[in-house]
Design a protein. Structure first.
Length: 319
């Protein structure tokens, strides 16, 4: 993303004038490290790696998701800044470059949230969401995230602080029977699938899914107008209709269900599906993937007649 150079460099110029050092220790982890879950049945963000911003603070890369689009693929990811110092960190002074294995660079965009400032006060943590459009041939394990600090002394005005690569073992989907801890506008939210059924007609599989959102944080918040999609094992994307999400406000310790329905051609194998939650980005007129759930394998009930319902089987029983 092209950012306002004046805004980017004003903070750097002031830092240089005050004698602030642009050199920061670098810790770029290659292996995915699971975060601590809120309970035994929930899954938190998987931290793929971290890079030091200065002696006291660092940024973590997590929640890298990808979905196919008309022109290629969209990648979304989160950077969580841990400011363990006493002074503010202004993320206008930093940026992230996204490249694939060949070195090709993709333009990165920051998703604006309810707080327009990019400052992170001392002694606090804040999560930022970004996205980029990449070639349709790019896989998650091809991605390289380079954290840079704007620096007037460098030929390209960039000082590299460290690079994090997505390991081949990384899998963003939430396993069957598990809940997902999300961070929505820096509020903790638990999302989980409660029920799945699929009816089959002569032309379509008709999935019906109930998904719950629970506010496990301390503040009320407006649930974004999420889009929901089923992605098949072949990478085909089918939109779902959501009922119950419009103007939804969740207070602390409150949970609400959202009903999802759709139609998928019967020629499509019902096994290996996943449910993707996508967040609309109004200014770009797209929706970026923020979380995904593996769906249980389908087993058709006896007979296989038109209009027959599928059961989705999991280790804890049938859905």
């Amino acid at each position: 993303m092209k950012r306002n150079l004046y805004k980017k460099f004003t903070g750097i110029a002031l830092a240089v004038a005050l004698g602030f050092s642009l050199t920061a220790p670098v810790i770029a982890d290659e292996a995915a490290v699971p975060s601590t879950s809120q309970n035994q049945n929930s899954v938190s963000s998987t931290v793929i790696g971290r890079v030091s911003l200065n002696q006291n603070s660092y940024v973590e890369l997590s929640d890298v998701n990808m979905i196919a689009t008309v022109s290629g693929k969209t990648v979304a990811f989160k950077l969580t800044v841990h400011n363990n110092g006493v002074s503010d960190i202004d993320m206008m002074d930093f940026w992230v470059n996204l490249r694939n294995r060949t070195g090709a660079k993709s333009t990165v965009y920051l998703v604006k949230d309810e707080n327009p400032s990019e400052r992170v006060p001392g002694g606090s943590t804040r999560t930022f969401t970004y996205y980029a459009n990449v070639s349709g041939s790019v896989q998650l394990s091809d991605l390289r995230f380079e954290i840079i600090r704007w620096d007037f002394t460098q030929p390209n005005f960039e000082r590299s602080l460290g690079t994090v690569s997505v390991p081949a073992s990384y899998k963003p989907e939430t396993p069957v029977n598990r809940k997902r801890n999300l961070n929505v506008n820096n509020t903790d939210v638990l999302a989980y699938i409660d029920r799945i059924s699929v009816n089959k007609s002569d032309k379509y599989h008709r999935p019906s899914i109930t998904i719950y959102f629970e506010n496990t944080g301390t503040q009320s918040f407006n649930v974004p107008a999420y889009e929901f999609k089923i992605v098949t094992a072949e990478g085909l994307v089918y939109p779902l209709t959501a009922r119950g999400i419009n103007n939804l406000v969740l207070n602390p310790k409150v949970k609400e269900d959202i009903q999802l329905t759709g139609a998928i051609p019967v020629e499509v194998d019902p096994n290996g599906w996943k449910l993707v939650i996508a967040q609309p980005v109004a200014e770009a007129k797209i929706a970026i993937p923020i979380a995904a759930f593996d769906l249980p394998s389908a087993s058709q009930q006896e007979g296989g007649a038109i209009g027959q319902e599928y059961l989705f089987s999991a280790s804890t029983g049938d859905y």
